[in-house]
Design a protein. Sequence first.
Length: 366
Amino acid sequence: MIIHIFPDTDSTLYEVSASMNTGIDQSLELEKVVTEAETPKKFNSRIVQKYDLSTVSASLVDGTVGLGFKAYLNLSVAEEYGIPYDHEIYAYPLSQSFSNGTGRKLQNPKSIGGVSWQYRNYNKTTNSGDTWLTASYAINSTGSFSENAGGGTWYTSSAASQSFSGVQTDVRMDVTDIVKGWLSGSRPNDGFMIKRSDLDESSNQEHGRISFFSIDTNTIFPPKLEFAWDDSSFSTGSLSELQSEDNIVYFKNLRREYVDGERARFRIVGRERYPTRSYTTTLQSLDTNYLPTSSYYAVKDAHTDDFVIPFDTSYTKISCDSTGSFFDIRTDGLQPNRYFRLIIKTERNGLIDIYDDGFFFKINKN
């Protein structure tokens, strides 16, 4: 199974404008600006994000989420400019909390409430706030800055990274160790610090800008934390495997609409398109067969045709019980008020069949 949760808060910290808050901007940016001077000044930006893991924690307790899960941080690229051919992006667990704020980068005058490069929280009413630590860090944590003090603090004992060559692609970073640390209680969940490498940030070379969609985007590409685990089981009972090369595959119980937060089970029927005739004096029934063991499902956004849940040989395997093939989907990982399309893939004897016959459904907000 693959589920997604979306951040409660996210913001960009800009060193060049150290007190500016961008808590409700539609984009998140990693930017490196170097001034043209005899002694160049370097200004970086970093991203902070916080995810509420309470539903995942509860699901671990009741066994809904498998203990062997993997967690991936997903960021979708909105725009990139002037980035190096080879570069890395890092994620660390924050070692201090922050408040998001309601500012935007292009707002005039600039908002200073909430989180910024200088402050982890700032109250505009009282004109006071807590700055990020720049010394005397917590055990196994650190921070850094070039020109303006601040920029966040993070634990160094657990880090994740992803390398890129050529054009910047979307981020899908394995952050399992960080997330398991939060869920186990070994460190507080204050969110992610997302940044470039220390070497890239400290050099006198510009590194351009990468913009990602934020949680406040009006697109289908918000950041998300992906949880994936193998929830499949296979017990065929007295059923026979679907072995014909020309088959019909459809859903037995597909509804037109589901509610956000529902756990839905999708039952799949597979049979030969042209079954062999036999001459009897009784009514013939069409046999229901189970799909091959190497069968998988995927979910696409019906409007954009983008994969929301891609085929995965480990995490979207189709199960089987004595009544036929099936799989489960947790709808809280799908954006409400949108239509989606189910696709089935089967593999047998080196042959791959795709069944994409208009299996649509809509998610309504709970």
